[in-house]
Design a protein around this ligand. Structure first.
Ligand SMILES: [Zn+2]
Length: 150
């Protein structure tokens, strides 16, 4: 994965989306293989491309209490914050996830990502069977048009 810097992040996102989207989706699929989902058997992986070009992955981690379960997207986001790679002044570049993100994860993402932030999903998430590297791109503002703010 090519390193980026904050200044060129927007250009990087637009120009290289066809290059990095399949790679990021492949990382998300790898992470889904590490999901701990003995209750739902719904295995989800996420890969967050950060401003510096790093990729933080996450998988869903379920719990017997159900309520303590954390989605793949939030695992990746929280790990990136804990690693010092994501924050208010270091927005992420893109997110790939193997399933439609829930509204809770979108709200957490909106804490750090701009409205035009690209979210990459497998093509089959919406259209059924598709090639492994086929993907669709949504903007954060399409999925969560009204962000909660204090
Ligand atoms: Zn979620």
């Amino acid at each position: 994965m090519t390193k980026t810097d904050g200044k060129n992040l927007r250009a990087y996102q637009a120009d290289l989306l066809p290059v990095y989207a399949p790679q990021l989706l492949a990382k998300a699929r790898e992470a889904a293989g590490r999901a701990y989902a003995p209750y739902s058997h719904f295995y989800v992986g996420a890969a967050l491309l950060l401003a510096g070009g790093e990729i933080m992955t996450g998988c869903n981690v379920e719990n017997a209490s159900y309520g303590a379960t954390v989605c793949a997207e939030r695992v990746a986001i929280f790990a990136a914050v804990a690693a010092g790679l994501l924050g208010p002044d270091m927005p992420p570049a893109a997110l790939a996830v193997t399933a439609q993100p829930c509204a809770l994860c979108l709200q957490v993402l909106a804490e750090f990502a701009p409205p035009d932030f690209p979210i990459i999903l497998p093509a089959e998430a919406e259209f059924g069977e598709a090639a492994d590297d086929a993907y669709q791109v949504w903007r954060l503002s399409d999925m969560l048009p009204k962000v909660f703010h204090l």
